[in-house]
Design a protein around this ligand. Structure first.
Ligand code: GCW
Length: 839
């Protein structure tokens, strides 16, 4: 028996924690290894330990050992044995190895695999390292084909923006504290920083801004400059340059000047001096990122100067050092937008603020534009600003951080969303102007050779980097698309899955299928038809709260009333936003007939009874989509269960937990949004599901002991608008809610809907006729990284499900809840679900 158990344990893959992400170099099966032709040694044409080529040599050694179980020696001089040789074009030439490569661009490389001879030639050191990672990626996927090709990046800027605060917190961080900052200083232990740089190099990211765009001027203190130098030293061998975000008011707040006017001589002198000093510490600093005059941040407009005056101030300071300034287009006034005015529109802000400035920016300024005109919503049209900056260098800002997209607790694979933007043809001046291949590549306009990509990423100390194993496909996908925006999103996923979880077909097919279903499902159960995510925009941006979108100056309005919904952004009758696009595109969005359904409510204000191109009314589409979305993710736990034993237990269990949570939270979303619009419009669901839950028993209707009934805000965050909460304080007696079941005897799944808040770990027990079915603790704050709240609301709403429970007619079901801290063991309902019913 013992022996058997041991064997079983050995045959399971060793537990993995996710730290190595897609760079695991897991050993291939012996029969597969046999098919590989392995070079007899490694030649890295640079012997300086901090050079990317040296690092590439080490990485090749590590990878080949891991994947093929072959130990190879590294030398730094060319020799006659058939080796894998890695170096720059210049180094190849110097060492007398004749190579014939097509023209390579900055960071590009040539990869040639012929028998035991492998040549990896970089245009620069970074390119050589990228080529080494490419070769290893092929080996790890058991791809032993002979190849000879060159690849060049679509754009020179491929950056990450961390929104890390100096106190170690991360704005919109869901994976633990910062790996860069602690206690208002840069960290001294840079182990994770170097590991991160390795991951970034493998996806060809070449720059990172490490502090929040809501920047703290203290980043420029002497001590912090020294700390920054250490970070840069840790990332440099991986070809990743470091940059920082600046606070526009620093000359005043840090420098003690009485102004931060960008045209003031003392201000210019201050920035010049501080920049020179920074470059003394970090000679290859990538540059600065600036958020100005946005959401309360200071900027040039404070002094009646233009945005270009502001950007050029920094551009001039970094110019002599070869640095660039990423100046964010996310400029809007969140104080003075007024929903009462039909023409007010936050979406108009970027183009309006940058109007007339196209020829005003210095050469080394890059305007960084969020993909959509509002803010990383589940669906947006592309920012029209991409069509307006013809002379100014520009970059797109994407968000790997799932701020409005489930905060890494929901699986949402983002490349398909990004592709709706990258593949969009803006038809500037009537000519093909696809955002990815024409505009961001710098081919369509004279962009001064500077274009590209930035992604907001919230990597934290969590060993999985993003808090979720599956969320990592978004970081990987970002790098792949920034290099080549035409690469197919399924291909990206399949590569990532093989690298992350191994070569099993079921694993690859399952993860690919779920991931490809995930964004459409998320859109279905959150906000449809271009109405935005419908989350709590004044709070955590996580759970449902549609009414938070309106009646405030944030400008993410839906203009929903009892009869109609949507933003009229037409020129003829609305905010005029549609007219910011080039003529051909403007015409499509101006006309309700040609506006695609999925952006209908972005551009038009219509009655709930408006009939869509798919034949449904707007309101019925809302209802149906929400049911469909929740049903799709309800299949995720079962899809994932197929992988039990095919991947390691640790990542299997951690992911199973999140997918089960997501399935429950999707029902929270579904019911909240449907109840809200049902109550607002008074229009019934044609399929009679909304507000009807035949398998549900509301907690407030159960026999209660020690529980009292309370209402919730927003009302739609609770089934039946009410919940029960324990009367007893933390740790004392438990409260109970019980009910005699009247369902026919049979096997059911029993779900308990409850709320899991911050600062409290209430415990629960579920009984059937005094026999315990199961127990759980409200400890999501320890297990999931989303922005937790202290309230009974759409963020804290969650479910515990017990599958396959035998229920007899007349059985008494009882939930016991024990309060802890602020968490008064809140219960919403119990659902006794026949197989296949999602409710
Ligand atoms: O969407 C908003 C976020 C803020 C963020 C801001 C920005 C860093 O909610 O957290 O601030 O966008 O992009 O500047």
């Amino acid at each position: 028996m013992r022996g058997l158990l041991l064997l079983a344990a050995l045959s399971l893959a060793a537990a993995e924690d996710g730290l190595d992400a897609w760079l695991r170099y897991a050993q291939l099966p012996q029969d597969v290894i046999k098919q590989a032709t392995v070079p007899s040694g490694i030649v890295a044409l640079n012997s300086t330990e901090t050079s990317p080529v040296y690092v590439a040599g080490k990485e090749l050694q590590k990878g080949i050992k891991g994947i093929l179980d072959k130990s190879l020696n590294i030398t730094h001089e060319a020799n006659r044995s058939p080796s894998v040789v890695v170096g720059t074009i210049a180094a190849f030439n110097d060492s007398g190895i004749s190579i014939e490569t097509p023209e390579l661009e900055e960071d590009g490389f040539w990869l040639s695999i012929k028998g035991e001879k492998v040549e990896i030639v970089g245009q620069n050191e970074r390119g050589a390292l990228y080529g080494a990672f490419e070769y290893l990626s092929m080996l790890a996927q058991a791809n032993f084909t002979e190849v000879a090709y060159a690849t060049n990046p679509s754009a020179v800027i491929r950056w990450i923006n961390q929104w890390d605060n100096m106190d170690g917190t991360i704005e919109r961080g869901y994976a633990g504290p910062s790996i860069f900052f602690k206690n208002n200083a840069l960290v001294s232990n840079v182990t994770r920083v170097a590991q991160y740089a390795r991951l970034l190099a493998s996806i060809r990211v070449n720059g990172i801004v490490i502090n929040n765009v809501n920047a703290n001027a203290q980043i420029l203190s002497d001590a912090n400059m020294a700390g920054l130098a250490k970070i840069a030293d840790a990332m440099r061998p991986w070809g990743v340059k470091v940059g920082i975000s600046l606070n526009f008011a620093s000359p005043q707040t840090l420098g003690g000047l009485n102004t931060f006017d960008p045209l003031d001589k003392s201000v210019i002198a201050w920035w010049t001096k501080i920049t020179d000093k920074l470059y003394d510490h970090v000679p290859d600093l990538a540059g600065f990122l600036v958020k100005a005059n946005s959401e309360g941040q200071p900027g040039p407009l404070t002094y009646g100067r233009t945005l270009s005056d502001g950007a050029n101030l920094f551009a001039k300071a970094v110019k002599p050092h070869g640095g660039i300034v990423m100046f964010r287009a996310f400029v809007y006034d969140n104080q003075h937008l007024n929903e009462k005015s039909w023409k007010d529109d936050r979406a108009n802000a970027a183009v309006e603020f940058f109007q007339g400035l196209d020829d005003k920016f210095d050469d080394n300024v890059v305007v960084q534009i969020k993909y959509g005109p509002i803010d990383f919503q589940v669906r947006e049209p592309p920012s029209p600003l991409f069509a307006h900056l013809k002379q100014t260098a520009s970059a797109i800002e994407l968000q790997v951080t799932q701020e409005y997209l489930g905060q890494q607790c929901h699986l949402v694979y983002l490349p398909p969303l990004w592709k709706t933007i990258l593949d969009f043809d803006l038809r500037v001046d009537g000519e093909k102007s696809v955002i990815g291949t024409d505009i961001l590549s710098g081919k369509r306009f004279n962009k001064k050779g500077l274009t590209g990509y930035a992604a907001v990423v919230n990597v934290g100390q969590n060993v999985t980097w993003l808090g979720s194993h599956l969320a990592m496909s978004n970081l990987y996908g970002y790098g792949r698309l920034a290099w080549d925006p035409t690469v197919n999103e399924v291909e990206i996923l399949e590569d990532w899955t093989r690298l992350t979880f191994g070569l099993d077909d079921t694993v690859r097919e399952t993860i690919t299928r779920m991931s490809m279903e995930s964004w459409p499902a998320y859109e279905n159960y959150t906000g449809n038809l271009g109405i935005q995510t419908l989350t709590d925009i004044t709070g955590p941006h996580y759970g449902p709260n549609p009414q938070s979108m309106d009646n405030n100056a944030w400008g993410q309005w839906t203009r929903a009333d009892a009869f109609s919904i949507g933003m009229d952004r037409t020129v003829k009758n609305g905010t005029g936003f549609a007219g910011q696009y080039p003529a051909e595109v403007a015409a499509v969005f101006e006309d309700i007939e040609t506006t695609p359904d999925d952006l209908l409510l972005w551009f038009h204000h219509v009655p709930y009874t408006h009939v869509l191109k798919n034949g449904k009314t707007v309101i019925q589409h809302f209802y149906d989509a929400h049911y469909a979305g929740a049903e799709t993710v309800a299949t995720f736990p079962a899809q994932w269960a197929q992988l039990d034993g095919l991947i390691d237990q640790q990542r299997f269990d951690e992911t199973a937990f999140r997918l089960t949570y997501q399935a429950g939270h999707a029902i929270v979303w579904r019911d909240a949004i449907n109840d809200f619009y049902h109550s607002l419009s008074g229009i019934a669901d044609a399929r009679a599901r909304v507000g009807k839950h035949p398998w549900r028993i509301e907690a407030e209707s159960m026999a209660l002991r020690g529980y009292r009934v309370t209402s919730v805000t927003p009302f739609e965050a609770a089934s039946g608008r009410r919940v029960v909460q324990s009367d007893s304080v933390s740790g004392t007696t438990s409260a109970s809610a019980s009910v005699k079941l009247t369902f026919a005897a049979g096997r059911y799944d029993v779900a308990v809907a409850y709320y899991d808040m911050y600062e409290g770990r209430a415990s629960y027990e579920l009984y059937l006729n005094d026999a315990k079915v199961g127990s759980w603790v409200g400890d999501n704050e320890d297990r999931l990284g989303y922005t937790v709240t202290r309230a009974v609301d759409g963020h804290s709403a969650t479910r515990a499900t017990f599958r396959g429970v035998d229920v007899g007619e007349g059985d008494v079901l009882r939930v016991e809840g024990r309060a802890d801290g602020r968490e008064m063991a809140p219960l919403d309902y119990v659902a006794v679900l026949p197989p296949g019913v999602v409710d």
